[in-house]
Design a protein around this ligand. Structure first.
Ligand SMILES: Nc1nc2c(c(=O)[nH]1)N[C@H]1C(S)=C(S)[C@@H](COP(=O)(O)OP(=O)(O)OC[C@H]3O[C@@H](n4cnc5c(=O)[nH]c(N)nc54)[C@H](O)[C@@H]3O)O[C@H]1N2
Ligand SMILES: Nc1nc2c(c(=O)[nH]1)N[C@H]1C(S)=C(S)[C@@H](COP(=O)(O)OP(=O)(O)OC[C@H]3O[C@@H](n4cnc5c(=O)[nH]c(N)nc54)[C@H](O)[C@@H]3O)O[C@H]1N2
Ligand SMILES: [Mo]
Length: 754
């Protein structure tokens, strides 16, 4: 549960400790693979800072422990008051799961609908909404590359050696690197461990991907490397795109992005002549200038070359639970920002709260997310969250966000309840794993499904008599339950609004000790079986009930859909089942690249800071105990030798990094991987942690002490975290705390942790 892969693991427990961990060979996706991070999970499970009681903020700002009944009653009453005074749509929901815990969020909908809440967001709104906006127009769904079988793998601002994100990433990368018949193209300003394996490393200047990608696509068009048969049969709107790409001055754009033209052309030819190509774009472009345009351009690479619906290529895929709302684009109440995929851009959250606008958000529930640390401009987020009438945080730990809350509710850990990830993104075989609890909940904590059920009960919106027939049917078995469920929902629309609650209350008790939280999967299994009947049957599940039973029984995970390659076309949502290639706004932006600036730095902030790089010892904000790290304990600032020398920095010394938003101090790592003008800091650092003696440690820099909310994409509002103009200065030795550097604790504290 440390990245979206959620590799299957087998653990040996020793009391409440996870004593030994290995990859689970029976897991259908990870097949025994795990990265280094998974072996450190006991630092999550047995973090000494875990919460064990509901907390209520006192007038003096401290917290007092209260019992669950009091907490639930007061929280439900508090949100009901906001609903009555200002409307339920003023209650905002942020989060719903990290990388591996999406079951809790599945239950939140019942309470939120019951209270009338409308606006929600989570971390996807600071990375994937621009890509989603492009995807919707092109073909209507999310695509994923089949890297395991791709002849050519293309990584655009993506470092899977460190960040994984697709099954068995390092094994697959090594296989590609070793095979002379296969190639890897990496577009990244940094010589990452992935780039080291690449056949074509297009080492762009930071933030210039749009020029690089435009030139690559232009080579495909001008050197006749497009798949004409595919385009004629399966794509509409090709001509305007081709015309726009013919106008791209390839040599000039290669120069602008800093890539040798011959290398760029060679990479395009490799893509254009391969039997199969898969492309992965990630934060290096999604959190950088021109991000939505880049999402469009990198998809042109595989669409123009017909790399869809065949082995090793790009695919639409089934989904067990939709990560994105299907609703169209709306607007946020205060700033009028676009709501893509149902998500308020993370970057505008402070402005939607901290204002006297009558429609401002007044109450907020944060579940399994730490926006005071993970969203741009932590100071602005803190000020906004502090101004709320009611903030409730559901987490396992006292996070930076929890410390701003009126109430903090302690969740059972992901090993103390049924859990699952909804990042099920593979094709042709897509997998799902329901993980069973391996420990009872830590005393004082509750699993989220129970928390949400208690909140719904406290609102008094469901008549318990209406649930009785369902409870009886559930005792009889799933077929009887399905029948009773359809009848109950048809007869009582109020039940339809709180479905997860209904499932939890009626089916949940029949699922066995500690397993009630799996009940929502019954509804999702029915939907999945209806959405992809053939693919679910091919995977061996006759119907929704059979799929649900297989999920309950398959401890190591199951394959829930098995598609034929040609069915990719059926997954296109346009009526003609063709890819619609023309996106006029983005073609206008493509043309505008001719005069657009390639650098956004200034004399005051002359360097580009990538704030939040994935490294061997980063795992978002999930592992808070710094002792999980055996290296890079401070989260070093990486900088080129040339810049270090000019600034007067030495390896292991200290530097001050300043941006428009703030300033922080870090340990320096002089690195060949960085190009001059570019520095990087890791994500997931600057988290506050109390050690056994009650001393606070905050190793490394909280990256969002240095980022700004207005530094974001025009379409999706996604932040440009990878491209923050910055200044770096040496910290004089006399100003250093003794022992600063590797292993230091308090000395590295950044402004972000408050
Ligand atoms: N170890 C580890 N793995 C993780 C996570 C973690 O915290 N730790 N988090 C998970 C999550 S939530 C996510 S979203 C993924 C993210 O996975 P990635 O997107 O792979 O992670 P990053 O390292 O943030 O960024 C990727 C690359 O972008 C490059 N980059 C910076 N600026 C530019 C630019 O201007 N252009 C280009 N082309 N590249 C640029 C960086 O050098 C870096 O190599 O990782 C997941 N996996
Ligand atoms: N500057 C900068 N900022 C970034 C990024 C960057 O690269 N640079 N990356 C962005 C990206 S891609 C992402 S995905 C976000 C991630 O940022 P967030 O959305 O804040 O998510 P996580 O860091 O995964 O935090 C997960 C939270 O869930 C809690 N938790 C763990 N298990 C449970 C559980 O069982 N129940 C409950 N209720 N809580 C639990 C953890 O304690 C933690 O507080 O950060 C984003 N922020
Ligand atoms: Mo992410």
């Amino acid at each position: 549960m440390l990245c979206e892969c959620n590799c299957g693991i087998v653990v040996r427990t020793d009391g409440r400790r996870i004593a030994k961990i290995r990859g689970d060979k029976q897991h259908p996706a990870s097949r025994g693979y795990t990265c280094n991070k998974a072996l450190r999970l006991d630092h999550y499970q047995n973090d000494r800072n875990r919460l064990t009681s509901p907390l209520r903020r006192r007038a003096d700002g401290g917290y007092e422990e209260i019992d669950w009944d009091t907490a639930i009653d007061e929280i439900a009453a508090g949100f009901a008051r906001i609903r009555d005074d200002h409307g339920g749509d003023k209650v905002f929901y942020y989060g719903g799961g990290g990388q591996g815990n999406h079951l809790g969020g599945a239950y939140s909908g019942a309470f939120l609908r019951a209270i009338g809440s409308r606006y929600r967001s989570n971390a996807l709104a600071q990375e994937k909404t621009g890509e989603h906006w492009v995807d919707r127009q092109l073909y209507g769904g999310h695509t994923r590359g089949e890297f395991e079988h791709a002849e050519v793998a293309v990584f655009v601002g993506k470092n899977p050696w460190m960040s994984q994100s697709f099954p068995r990433a390092r094994v697959v990368l090594q296989e590609i690197a070793k095979d002379p018949g296969r190639s890897m193209v990496v577009i990244d300003p940094v010589v990452t461990d992935t780039a080291k394996l690449a056949d074509y490393h297009l080492r762009v200047r930071p933030g210039t991907d749009a020029w690089c990608l435009a030139a690559l696509a232009a080579v495909l068009v001008t050197e006749n490397l497009c798949d004409e048969a595919f385009l004629a049969a399966h794509v509409t709107g090709v001509e305007p795109v081709r015309a726009a790409l013919r106008d791209v001055p390839i040599a000039e754009y290669a120069a602008r992005c800093g890539v040798d033209e011959a290398l760029l052309r060679a990479a395009a030819r490799r893509i254009g002549t391969a039997a199969s190509v898969s492309v992965f774009e990630d934060l290096g472009v999604q959190q950088a200038p021109n991000s939505t345009l880049c999402s469009y351009l990198d998809k042109l690479l595989w669409i123009l070359t017909g790399n869809f619906a065949k082995p090793g290529a790009q695919h639409l895929h089934s989904s067990f639970a939709p990560l994105f709302a299907a609703s169209g684009v709306g607007r946020t109440p205060v700033t009028g920002s676009p709501i893509i995929a149902g998500l308020v851009p993370s970057n505008v959250v402070p402005q939607e709260i901290l204002t006297d606008h009558p429609d401002r958000l007044r109450g907020m529930i944060v579940e399994s997310s730490n926006p005071a640390h993970s969203v741009a401009d932590s100071a602005a987020v803190r000020a906004a969250l502090e101004s709320l009438e009611l903030l409730v945080v559901i987490d396992v730990a006292m996070t930076e966000t929890a410390r701003l809350a009126h109430y903090v509710l302690p969740a059972a850990s992901q090993f103390e309840k049924p859990e699952a990830t909804f990042f099920n993104l593979e094709f042709p075989h897509n997998t799902f794993q329901l993980r069973h609890p391996i420990f009872a909940p830590l005393p004082g904590t509750l699993p989220e499904p129970e928390i949400w059920a208690r909140l719904v009960r406290a609102l008094g919106v469901v008549d318990d008599d209406a649930l009785r027939p369902l409870r009886r049917a559930a005792e009889e078995g799933l077929d009887a339950y399905a029948e009773a469920f359809l009848a109950a929902v048809a007869g009582d629309p109020a039940l339809g609004r709180v479905l997860p609650y209904v499932l939890y209350e009626t089916l949940g008790p029949t699922l066995g000790e500690g397993m009630a939280g799996a009940a929502a999967l019954w509804g999702l299994a029915q939907k999945t079986a209806m959405a992809y009947p053939d693919a679910v049957r091919r995977a061996g599940h006759a119907d929704g009930n059979a799929l649900f039973e297989a999920i309950l029984a398959g401890r190591s995970g199951i394959t829930f859909s098995e598609h034929d390659y040609a069915e990719d076309f059926d997954l296109i949502t346009h009526d003609d089942r063709r890819i619609a290639l023309e996106i006029p706004e983005l073609l206008t932006d493509l043309a505008a690249l001719r005069t657009a600036p390639v650098t956004l730095t200034s004399a005051e902030y002359p360097l580009v800071l990538s704030a939040g790089e994935r490294r061997a010892f980063t795992a978002n904000d999930i592992l808070r105990d710094p002792s999980w790290r055996t290296r890079d304990v401070d989260g070093a600032l990486r900088i080129s030798a040339a810049d270090a020398e000019r600034i007067g920095l030495v390896d292991g010394g200290r530097a001050r990094i300043s941006t428009a938003a703030g300033s922080a101090e870090a340990t320096v790592e002089v690195s060949d991987a960085m190009q001059p003008g570019h520095v990087s800091l890791p994500n997931g650092y600057g988290l506050d942690h109390l050690d056994a003696d009650g001393r606070s440690h905050t190793p490394g820099v909280a990256p969002n002490a240095l980022t700004s909310t207005d530094w974001r994409d025009a379409y999706a509002g996604t932040p440009w975290h990878k491209h923050v103009p910055a200044r770096v200065e040496a910290v004089r030795a006399s100003a250093q705390a003794p022992g600063a550097g590797a292993g230091s604790t308090g000395a590295g504290a950044a402004g972000g942790a408050g």
